[in-house]
Design a protein around this ligand. Structure first.
Ligand SMILES: Nc1ncnc2c1ncn2[C@@H]1O[C@H](COP(=O)(O)OP(=O)(O)OP(=O)(O)O)[C@@H](O)[C@H]1O
Ligand SMILES: [Mg+2]
Length: 356
């Protein structure tokens, strides 16, 4: 078993595939000027604009930034946001042969307007989503499945990033099942509504809200550890998934699965004091967890790496990413809690059944 107090993980030998819904995260930076005479709102002066990769594109970027050779499979529209994504991802060395640029289909765009005086922290004042009219056409979805399957035997992990824009559907599940027949590398799904489409995955990484919806519960009810455990158990049983990593925002993460204590293995979030922007933390968590498993770490150890990487990301503005060095700095800074966490992890991990 690898040990988190050992030297930093080296992911540079890994090749990973990310398949899912690409999103453009558009940030508009503005300065308030005066109250509007047209409506009870402030007039803002736009001072800058930036498009960053979101959704599966951010998951791929997270994997790349941690050092993995990364292939992305999905689609964008033939529009400004789509071109900006392709340029940016290509510039960062992400393999884009699997990304189709579609005429007549809009790239999903999440626009956030951040306003403030120069010397103040920017506040998000508005978020506006532009969504495609429907999922990508059937022939594109079929090609996405074929491209995924073509990567079997060439990648060390497959990460499915579902943002409910139609890639992670029943059709993709057939391609994923065929992928799993060909190779036994970790397959990790970061789900939105797609829990039911995939069977026998290595792991899923829902947040509390996604787990609540999947099990017909209120999100608040999952603050009760007993309810959380029952909901996780239901999903594990229903989907035949090996491990369920539930991300709990400022409360950290908890990992459920047959190998662990029924209450799960929990890690507190690192460094909640310095949080700037939680966007994209879940993408980083999913990518890091999958890469940790692919690199031979146990589930709880991979969760420790994912928790550290996500905590770096929440300290940065925008859907941002984390390097192995930044992840290492967090693990070192929080060494006491990591050691305690490590001890708790060891106690919580069930000894294998005799003869198992
Ligand atoms: N406020 C916070 N303080 C510290 N860590 C945080 C905070 N919010 C998130 N994190 C870290 O990021 C991880 C993932 O966050 P979260 O549960 O919000 O994922 P998510 O809802 O899937 O995010 P996303 O917006 O990317 O979909 C958490 O498990 C934790 O490690
Ligand atoms: Mg998420």
């Amino acid at each position: 078993m690898s040990d988190l107090s050992q030297p930093l993980p080296d992911f540079s030998g890994l090749t990973v595939a990310v398949v899912g819904d690409l999103i453009a995260d558009r940030y508009i930076y503005a300065r308030p000027t005066r109250p509007s005479r047209e409506a009870p709102v402030m007039v803002l002066r736009q001072e800058g604009e930036q498009i960053l990769p979101g959704g599966a594109a951010n998951t791929a970027r997270s994997a790349r930034c941690l050092g993995a050779n990364t292939h992305l499979v999905g689609c964008v529209g033939r529009d400004d946001a789509g071109h900006a994504l392709v340029d940016r991802l290509g510039g960062e060395g992400i393999g884009l042969l699997g990304v189709e640029v579609l005429r007549g289909w809009d790239t999903p765009i999440k626009t956030r307007i951040l306003a403030g005086e120069h010397d103040r922290t920017l506040q998000q004042v508005l978020r506006m989503d532009k969504e495609p009219a429907g999922p990508a056409p059937a022939d594109t979805r079929q090609r996405i499945g074929e491209r995924l399957l073509a990567l079997a035997g060439k990648v060390d992990a497959l990460i499915l990033s579902d943002y409910a824009y139609g890639v992670c559907n029943e059709e993709l599940s057939a391609a994923v099942a065929a992928f799993q027949e060909k190779t036994d590398v970790p397959v990790v799904l970061d789900p939105r509504h797609s829990f039911g489409h995939f069977r026998g995955l290595t792991a899923m990484t829902p947040n509390r809200d996604e787990l609540a919806r999947a099990t017909g519960r209120m999100t608040d009810s999952l603050e009760d550890p007993r309810e959380l455990r029952i909901a996780a158990g239901e999903v594990l049983q229903r989907t035949g998934c090996g491990q369920l990593l539930v991300t709990l925002g400022k409360d950290g993460m908890v990992l459920f699965g047959g190998l662990y204590h029924e209450n799960g293995v929990q890690l507190p979030a690192f460094g909640s004091q310095a949080v700037v922007d939680v966007t994209g933390a879940g993408d980083t968590a999913a990518a890091t967890f999958a890469m940790g498993l692919a690199a031979g770490y146990s589930g709880p150890e991979a969760m420790g790496l994912a928790n550290a990487a996500a905590s770096v990301v929440v300290m940065k503005l925008g859907a941002e990413v984390c390097t192995v060095q930044e992840m290492g700095a967090v693990l070192q800074e929080f060494a006491p809690s990591t050691t305690q966490g490590g001890r708790a992890l060891k106690q919580a991990v069930r000894a294998p059944e005799p003869g198992a």
